[in-house]
Design a protein around this ligand. Structure first.
Ligand SMILES: NC(=O)c1ccc[n+]([C@@H]2O[C@H](COP(=O)([O-])OP(=O)(O)OC[C@H]3O[C@@H](n4cnc5c(N)ncnc54)[C@H](OP(=O)(O)O)[C@@H]3O)[C@@H](O)[C@H]2O)c1
Length: 280
């Protein structure tokens, strides 16, 4: 049972980065967390500090049995789920031709299908409650794709597409959906979590190769603070009128606006041809 004012959060990928920062911030905020991770023992320190309000659960988001079991365990523990945060994910970097089929499929299984499975597993509960908030951690790269980021971006674009429709489907049922679009934040994303091509192709050294170098060099020096990102996510959940999209970081906020401006200018420039295609 829970104290009635506090929310119950279910967070994926709680072992490090945004996930870990968010679990810490939510606990400090006084809410309850079903903190899921592939190795939940990585949350032992928090379980000792907050024995009543954290419920660590083992969850690999690519495993459907884990997904169902995690949701059941959350409901057994706290009766309801107010906020689902689909955070588990990593970047598979490389040119479209460079990454292996296996790396590409695994990237989609985690970043897109994993999040989709979680959403589909919590929706029956949120529909019954007629309340809930789903936060999908997308990326700047969920709106803007760059060389070397094609496959990662494709997973996040997919998440954005599904989220836009989902938001419309569940709004009448009292459920909110927000896409979080971070720029460069200091997590393990550009470190041990990043996947790169096993067989780089020299022809892509100046495009995708350079991007991978930039990512590697940024590791540990990214401007974004995951603790501040966590505070921003709590603010979104506490808001009466949360946004559909929240860019995090100046790089993301400016980069997305630049892309939208360029897209709009191109659409306007080609509009006569666009609208010339109807039957007379
Ligand atoms: N950092 C950035 O600059 C940035 C920018 C935009 C978007 N993002 C997004 O932010 C999210 C979190 O990444 P992060 O930057 O915080 O990196 P991180 O520190 O590497 O954390 C990634 C988390 O995802 C978990 N994970 C990976 N595969 C999983 C799976 N199959 N099942 C369950 N958990 C899994 C990892 O668990 P293990 O410890 O078990 O590996 C880890 O807890 C990702 O969706 C990422 O795409 C990050």
């Amino acid at each position: 049972m829970t104290n009635s004012d506090a929310k119950v959060w279910l967070i994926t990928g709680s072992s490090s980065g945004f996930g870990r920062s968010l679990v810490e911030a939510v606990l400090k905020h006084g809410d309850y967390v079903v903190a899921t991770a592939r190795k939940p023992e990585q949350l032992d320190d928090l379980a000792q500090q907050y024995p009543e309000t954290i419920h660590p659960v083992r969850l690999d988001v690519t495993n459907l049995q884990d997904v169902q079991a995690a949701v059941e365990s959350a409901l057994d523990q706290y009766d309801h789920i107010d906020v689902l945060v689909n955070n588990a994910g990593y970047p598979a970097m490389g040119a479209i031709e460079e990454l292996s089929d296996d790396d590409i499929r695994r990237q989609f299984e985690t970043n897109f299908f994993g999040a989709l499975s979680m959403i589909r597993a919590v929706l029956p509960t949120m529909r019954e409650q007629r309340s809930g908030h789903i936060l999908n951690i997308s990326s700047f790269a969920g709106v803007v794709s760059l060389s070397g980021l094609g496959i990662y971006s494709a997973t996040k674009f997919a998440l954005e597409g599904a989220s836009e429709a989902l938001a419309q489907e569940v709004k009448p049922l009292g459920i909110k959906v927000t896409l979080i679009e971070p720029g460069a934040f200091r997590t393990n994303g550009a470190g041990s979590s990043m996947v790169t091509p096993k067989h780089p192709i020299t022809d892509y050294a100046e495009t995708s190769g350079k991007m991978i170098d930039v990512m590697r060099l940024s590791h540990g020096n990214q401007p974004g603070d995951p603790a501040k990102a966590a505070a921003a996510m709590i603010q979104v959940v506490e808001s009466d009128d949360p946004p559909m999209r929240l860019a995090l970081g100046e790089d993301s906020a400016n980069g997305i606006v630049q892309k939208l401006d360029a897209m709009k200018a191109e659409l306007e420039a080609w509009k006569p041809l666009s609208i010339s295609t109807a039957f007379e």
